[in-house]
Structures are given as structure tokens and as C-alpha cells.
Ligand binder design. Structure first.
Ligand code: HEC
Ligand code: HEC
Length: 292
């Protein structure tokens, strides 16, 4: 908050409390017991009595409470309050308490190999909860993925499906980068490369186009996708020879990828989740594939 706004808040808040107090005090002076205010509403008149004492004192007490509260907790502009309380500190304390309480539940599985955990129904249950909270926004409730978000229940892994690779993916995140080829290949070249890619998964395409596309592939694409086009986990480049697609199998999408490239980010979870939780999540991801 800028200093100006801070003073605006401080003066506004203290000023209105003072205002209420003066109003209350001045009204207390009025005391004309037994007389009416002079207003008459359909013959109903109102006595001009002072506030009842308990009401008056309740007002005073709430003002004292308000002033005390504003002194102790943050509330007056940039003044931090005497207690030093902050939302962040409060959250951190809650987190530490939760880690102390629930940490051991996760820690007991720390030394157990992922393959074993993936078969343990209790662990899968914990993993499912962690997945729902942290992963399902992108990968879907059941891990089936969607456009641009990989399916975690199939047998294809862009970054490798070993226990270590999955744990590494969750811990440090991944950035899948495919460079654009629109300006290198031109419209025709892009279309030829797409034909070749489509032929790899057994689709009907113009064989002449595909043959030209193959040359492009062996010039530019094999570096990442591999000579056999089966992908390379080192670059996160997917297998192009099966019916599993991150961006759909239509010619339009395939050409779009080749022309414009792709830049896709799996976030890192090492600052958000403990290593023990990531271990359990890796086991849960493993269990998803095992169901197929
Ligand atoms: C903000 C969206 C987002 C969230 C949240 C997210 N992911 Fe991902 N994840 C992605 C994207 C995008 C990719 C693909 C990266 C790429 O294209 O290289 C990916 C890739 C992966 C992969 C690698 C897939 C492969 O084929 O190699 C795994 C495993 C994975 N995520 C697991 C998880 C788990 C477990 C969580 C929860 C802790 C999670 N993800 C949370 C977006 C997300
Ligand atoms: C720098 C490495 C690199 C090069 C070179 C490269 N690709 Fe890719 N390609 C990738 C990566 C990584 C992805 C996955 C992008 C993502 O995770 O979003 C990808 C994705 C694709 C896809 C989408 C696959 C799907 O499942 O939807 C197609 C199609 C594709 N590449 C074709 C090609 C063709 C054709 C060439 C050559 C003209 C090529 N790539 C060159 C790295 C590369």
C-alpha cells in the first residue's frame, strides 16, 4: 500500500471511530424524560429518552475493542500491528502442523519401491487424493488427459515411463519444445511432412507426398523423434508411429504442429509437495497404466 493510501485508511478508520464516539456523547446529553420528539406517525408518537445505559456501554465497549484490535492486529494501513501476525505466517504454521501430523503417513512409504506401492490399495487411495488435488486440473480426474495434456493411463511416455523418469517429471517438471518448421519447409513441405507422419501410423496418404515427407523427416525431424520416429525421451519427443496423439490425429493439427512448433509445460512440484508425496504420486501414476 502506498503511504498516501495508508494514511487515508488510518485517518478514515480512526476518524470514524472518533466520530461515532462524539455522536454518542452528544446524544447522551439530550435528556428530556417524559417528553416526545414531536414527530407523529399516524398518531404514534415517540418519547425522547436517552439511550439505555447498557446500550451506551455496549457501544463504548465495542469502540474500545475495535481500537485494541487495530492496535494488536494489522488493519490500520501499513501499520503491522503489535502482535506481528500475518496471513502468511498463519498459513506456514498451519502447514507445519499438517506436515507434523500427516508427514509420518507419507514417510512410512519412503523406502518402499514404487512398483510395490502401485499394487498397495491403501497407497493408491492416498495417491488418488493427491492426484485429484494437484494434477487433475490438467490431466483429468482419471488421468486420461486432453488436448495438449498427456494421457497417463496409456503405454506411451514422452519423457519415459520408468519409476525414476516419472518421479523426475513430477519433481522438476518438463518442457516439451518442438521448433517450428513453417519457414524452413514452406506450405508444401509441411504438407509432405504431415503425409509422411500420417503414413507412419498406417493412414492412407498420397505415397509420392509421403516419400518427399520422408526426406524432410530424415533431414530435420529424426534428431528429436528418432530415425524410426518412435520418439526420444531425452527431448520429450513423442512416438509418431502409433494412434496416441497429444494434439489429435487430424491433418490440420499435425500440420499446425509442424508449421508452428509446440511449447508445452509440465510444472515442477518440488516446492509444493514433499519428496514423500511425490513418491506416492509416482506410484499412483504407475497404477493408472497397470490397469490397462
Ligand atoms: C498445469 C498443468 C499440469 C499440472 C497441474 C500437472 N501436469 Fe503433468 N503434464 C502437463 C503437461 C502439459 C505435460 C506434457 C509436457 C510435454 O508436453 O512435454 C505433462 C506431463 C506429465 C507427465 C509425463 C507424461 C509423459 O508422457 O512422459 C507425467 C508423468 C505427469 N505430467 C504427471 C503429473 C502429475 C503426477 C501431476 C500432479 C502432481 C501433474 N502431472 C500435474 C501439465 C500438467
Ligand atoms: C527439437 C526437437 C524436435 C524436432 C526437430 C521435431 N520435433 Fe516434433 N515434437 C517434438 C516435441 C518435444 C513434441 C511434443 C510437443 C509437446 O510436448 O507439446 C513434438 C510433437 C510433434 C507432433 C505432435 C504429436 C502428437 O502426439 O500430437 C508431430 C506431428 C511432430 N512433432 C512432427 C514433427 C515433424 C514432422 C518434424 C520435422 C519436420 C518434427 N516433429 C521435428 C520435438 C521435435
Amino acid at each position: 500500500m502506498s503511504t498516501g493510501i495508508s494514511w487515508f485508511v488510518i485517518i478514515g478508520t480512526l476518524g470514524s471511530i472518533l466520530g461515532f464516539f462524539l455522536l454518542l456523547f452528544m446524544n447522551r446529553k439530550i435528556s428530556r424524560p417524559g417528553q416526545t420528539t414531536g414527530h407523529s406517525y399516524d398518531g404514534i408518537e415517540e418519547y425522547d429518552n436517552p439511550l439505555p445505559a447498557w446500550w451506551y456501554w455496549a457501544f463504548i465497549l465495542s469502540m474500545v475493542f475495535g481500537l485494541g484490535y487495530l492496535a494488536y492486529y494489522p488493519g490500520l494501513g501499513n501499520f503491522a500491528g503489535l502482535s506481528g501476525w500475518t496471513q502468511v505466517k498463519d498459513l506456514e504454521e498451519d502447514r507445519a502442523a499438517a506436515a507434523e501430523k500427516y508427514g509420518p503417513i507419507f514417510a512410512q512409504y519412503r523406502e518402499v519401491p514404487i512398483d510395490e506401492l502401485a499394487k498397495n490399495p491403501d497407497v493408491v487411495k492416498i495417491g488418488r487424493r493427491l492426484f485429484t488435488t494437484n494434477c487433475s486440473v490438467c490431466h483429468g480426474a482419471t488421468g486420461q488427459g486432453s488436448f495438449g495434456f498427456p494421457n497417463l493411463t496409456d503405454s506411451e511416455w514422452m519423457w519415459g515411463g520408468s519409476n525414476e523418469a516419472i518421479e523426475e517429471t513430477i519433481t522438476n517438471g518438463r518442457n516439451g519444445v518442438m521448433t517450428p518448421f513453417g519457414s524452413i519447409l514452406g506450405e508444401k513441405g509441411v504438407s509432405e511432412a504431415a503425409s509422411y507422419v500420417m503414413s507412419l501410423s498406417g493412414r492412407e496418404v498420397d505415397p509420392e507426398e509421403a516419400a518427399k515427407g520422408k526426406v524432410h523427416f530424415q533431414t530435420y525431424c529424426f534428431v528429436c523423434h528418432g530415425m524410426d520416429a518412435k520418439g526420444q525421451a531425452m527431448f520429450g519427443a513423442p512416438n509418431l508411429t502409433n494412434e496416441i496423439w497429444l494434439y489429435g490425429n487430424s491433418r490440420l493439427r499435425i500440420e499446425y504442429t509442424i508449421k508452428n512448433g509446440r511449447n508445452n509445460q509440465m510444472p515442477s512440484f518440488k516446492d509444493k509437495l514433499s519428496a514423500d508425496k511425490i513418491h506416492i504420486l509416482a506410484a499412483y501414476v504407475k497404477s493408472l497404466g497397470a490397469n490397462k
